[in-house]
Design a protein around this ligand. Structure first.
Ligand code: NAD
Length: 436
């Protein structure tokens, strides 16, 4: 007979199937449906289930900013710390009109699981300011960043909450946050943010880290499926930081990158694209369109191209219940966050497509952020080959651990990754006990 404790856990965490599929593109639903599935398979205790589902802190602050015109505008800033049981919250900050508390909560939880999958001593957080940075001057953005930082002084800190760049934030924004925090505490604290310029405590290798993580995990998946690297054909959606780096490194490794795209559309050559030449083209022309020696392909068609590896590295929710059945790749390496909906998961599973889930595939970025934090705290900086070697080791280990979890429980790599992450966070909660 089932243990009553377990039985209760199962009854509490049975997901509401209708709710799961009502809003296919809602990030909170997408994360929660995977969390629920993994928690149920782990027979997670009901109490811990409630703890891990609930963010530790949700902070909403007013961010008054004087515009260059002299007018005062008040923006809304959000910071969510989802779970800090394994270490300080690690999570990016975005400036965007589309920021919502629900989205920030989902992304903060996502960071908890991502850090746990690669076994970093970090928890998960996320932040954002609801604003349109394209309508703001550099001086206005600096005032916005500094006031937002000042409002979050109680949570920010190298031991508590360590932001990084995301949508519409960059190295310069991180430098402003670091400076504001340092002025408030009275001394320079480089480790309060990651993704800083290298000259002020950033890490070598950070820029390539996410794409490199995609390369490492893809190479592992190819070996697992016994597909020779040299013959593997690759299609990459998105040619920004993640996509262009993944394409460059995969091509350098001998893979045949047959298609790449950006927001204006894609280029395709079944014989293989000359990726260094594509990178040169982009430097001059900004977009891929017009690149000679390749046919035009739409973003939708690229996702369904016959190839060994598909790397969605642009947007969330591009592989959905509508197009998943048409995907022909043997491996999907999720460079972007949330490119596949929960509903599409089931279709891809049925087709036997090997999905390297986002919380594993794109964890190279947060791993080198961790290296940056370690180097800042130690005051001793590593050369790039050291960063690359340590990154590869962590990614190879994490891939192996997720694969083992997936095989042991006969689940997809995604659910295996969530199970590994949830189990790691839950284990620390059990050891620490409940503070009361
Ligand atoms: P980026 O802004 O550098 O590049 C985005 C690319 O996607 C550009 O080439 C853009 O043209 C393309 N794009 C935009 N809209 C598109 C559309 N509708 N269809 C096709 N392509 C489109 O961004 P990035 O840093 O490369 O991030 C890409 C994804 O990876 C995001 O989901 C991000 O959250 C995720 N990610 C990034 C990192 C990182 O270290 N940069 C780490 C983890 C996850």
């Amino acid at each position: 007979m089932a243990n009553p404790k377990t039985r209760r856990a199962q009854s509490i965490i049975t997901p509401d199937r209708d709710r799961r599929f009502v809003t296919e593109d809602n990030p909170f639903e997408a994360m929660m449906s995977r969390f629920d599935d993994a928690a149920r398979r782990l027979n997670l205790e009901p109490g811990l289930y409630k703890v891990l589902r609930t963010p530790e802190k949700q902070i909403i602050v007013a961010v008054p900013v004087m515009r260059d015109s002299g007018e005062i505008e008040v923006y809304t800033g959000i910071r969510v710390l989802h779970n800090t049981s394994r270490g300080p919250a690690k999570g990016d900050i975005r400036f965007d009109m589309a920021v919502t508390l629900d989205e920030v909560k989902a992304l903060a939880a996502w960071m908890t699981w991502k850090c746990a999958v690669v076994n970093l001593p970090f928890g998960g957080g996320k932040g954002g300011v609801i604003c349109d940075p394209t309508s703001m001057s550099v001086a206005e953005l600096e005032r916005l960043t500094r006031r937002y930082t000042a409002e979050l002084m109680e949570t920010l800190g190298p031991d508590s909450d360590v932001p990084a760049p995301d949508v519409n934030t960059n190295e310069r924004v991180m430098a402003w946050i670091m400076d504001t925090y340092s002025m408030r505490v009275g001394h320079t604290v480089t480790a309060v943010v990651t993704g800083k310029p290298v000259e002020m405590g950033g890490s070598l290798g950070r820029r390539d880290a996410t794409g490199r993580g995609c390369l490492v995990t893809t190479t592992q998946a190819l070996a697992h499926l016994k597909i020779p690297v040299a013959k593997a054909t690759v299609a990459v959606q998105g040619f920004g930081n993640v996509g262009s780096t993944a394409a460059r490194l995969m091509a350098a490794e001998g893979m045949n990158v047959v298609a790449v795209s950006d927001k204006k559309g894609g280029i395709h050559n079944p014989k293989g694209l000359d990726i260094p030449a594509v990178l040169e083209w982009i430097k001059e022309h900004r977009y891929l369109e017009g690149f000679p020696g390749a046919a035009v392909i739409s973003n939708e068609a690229l996702l369904c191209l016959e190839c060994d590896v598909l790397v969605p590295a642009a947007l969330e929710n591009v592989i959905t219940s509508k197009n998943a059945a048409a995907v022909k790749a043997r491996i999907i390496c999720e460079g972007a966050n949330g490119p596949t909906t929960a509903r599409a998961d089931a279709i891809l599973d049925k087709k036997g497509i090997f999905v390297i889930p986002d919380i594993l595939a794109n964890a190279g970025g947060v791993t080198v952020s961790y290296f940056e934090w370690v180097q800042d705290r130690g005051g001793y900086f590593w050369d790039e080959p050291t960063v690359i070697e340590r990154l590869e080791k962590i990614m190879v280990n994490a891939f192996g651990e997720v694969l083992a979890m997936a095989q042991t429980h006969d689940v997809s790599m995604r659910i295996g990754a969530y199970m590994l992450a949830i189990e790691r966070v839950a284990a620390v909660h059990r050891m620490r006990g409940m503070y009361a």
